[in-house]
Ligand binder design. Structure first.
Ligand code: AQP
Length: 334
């Protein structure tokens, strides 16, 4: 809770172009929450450097991501949209929470194991303590909920554990957050290996639909999507490829799984894949148009960056000061 209103934090890394999984699992759901929560949506550039980044590219991707948040429907008057690196309280609380987190629990994080195996030449301490920084992000804003995709569930669990551990020593300092994960879209799978989640760091371009892909590219990627044996459009556990497409089509058109299966009864994979591609392309078109328009308006985006960082700092510093006081750090002399 912040200011008597429920609050939430979520963010994305500026490590690549957003894909359909990032949109359907997280960003699309964020837009529905602005009236009921005090919301903080961050471009988590501190998290991004756990994997080596080119400086100019990181700056470009961070701005593109922030612009995409707005293009996807987040109104910056109602939602606080900012860069993590502009609010030093994230890094300060991160250090404090490091001292309340155990090596053993961090070593059990599946994202760490996965990313460490993909970056064997750079298994840095930041990659290992990534969930502590994420806990700091969430707890700074006294978040009641954290809207994320299914892959982040374990990180919310550890955030809760850290917060409860801290509260048990110092009293009710942090709100204990709940994950907010929608049933549909929570785990969009790769189009090339449908048992793996769609991922920014996938080397195969055809595995992901990127939010700024044009219509032809989107349809081509869906046409090439790996599907299962058989030819029926059926949603089931032993048909991960076609089930993934059915779910995507359902979200893009607002149709249920049953309605989709009925609509494509007796029709083949080829026809269905084109329909999925067309529905996704028309869902993304307004976002792409808005993104084009916003990208040209430097003054507007700069204004959002400045004013929202100030708002985020104000609330983050409030929590940080409370934590510092509880811990016993000396007060500043004014
Ligand atoms: N495939 C997915 N389906 C549903 N939701 C997903 N998310 C990520 N992949 C899927 C959600 O998107 C948000 C942003 O995540 P992030 O920027 O922290 O990236 P990530 O979780 O590390 O996943 P990516 O985008 O695939 O990047 P890489 O390849 O670097 O791991 C989160 O809410 C996440 O749950």
């Amino acid at each position: 809770m912040l200011n008597g209103k429920k609050s939430l934090f979520s963010g994305m890394q500026a490590t690549g172009t957003l894909h359909l999984g990032n949109y359907l699992g997280a960003l699309k759901n964020w837009v529905e929450l602005e009236d009921d929560y005090e919301t903080f949506y961050c471009v988590v550039d501190l998290h991004s450097i756990t994997v080596r980044q080119d400086p100019a590219e990181l700056r470009r991707k961070a701005r593109a991501l922030l612009t995409l948040y707005i293009a996807a429907g987040l109104n910056p008057e109602k939602n606080c949209i900012y860069y993590q690196s502009h609010v030093p309280a994230h890094a300060e609380l991160n250090w404090i929470l490091n001292c309340f987190t155990y090596m053993g629990e961090l070593s059990r994080m599946t994202q760490y194991k996965d990313k460490a195996s993909k970056n064997e030449d750079n298994i840095n301490a930041g990659l290992f303590t990534y969930p502590v920084l994420m806990a700091a992000d969430i707890l700074l804003f006294q978040s009641d909920i954290v809207p994320v995709g299914d892959d982040q569930k374990q990180h919310i669990e550890i955030t809760r554990d850290i917060a409860q551990r801290f509260n048990s020593v110092y009293g009710e300092v942090f709100t204990i957050p709940e994950p907010y994960i929608k049933r549909t879209g929570a785990r969009i799978m790769s189009l090339q290996e449908p048992t793996k989640k769609m991922s920014k760091s996938d080397d195969n371009e055809n595995a992901s639909i990127f939010l700024l892909d044009n219509t032809d590219t989107i349809i081509r990627k869906f046409k090439r999507a790996v599907t299962d044996s058989g030819s029926e459009i059926i949603h089931s556990n032993d048909k991960p490829g076609i089930s993934n497409l059915i779910e995507i089509y359902g979200i893009a058109t607002g149709k249920s799984i049953d309605e989709t299966m009925k609509e494509f009864e007796g029709k083949g994979y080829g026809e269905f894949k084109i329909a999925v591609g067309e529905s996704v392309a028309s869902m993304l078109k307004p976002i792409q148009d808005k993104y084009e328009e916003l990208s040209k308006d430097k003054t507007y985006i700069d204004g959002v960056i400045k004013s929202n960082a100030e708002k985020a700092s104000y609330f983050a510093n409030k929590t940080l000061r409370k934590v510092q006081k509880k811990i016993g750090f000396p007060e500043k002399i004014k």
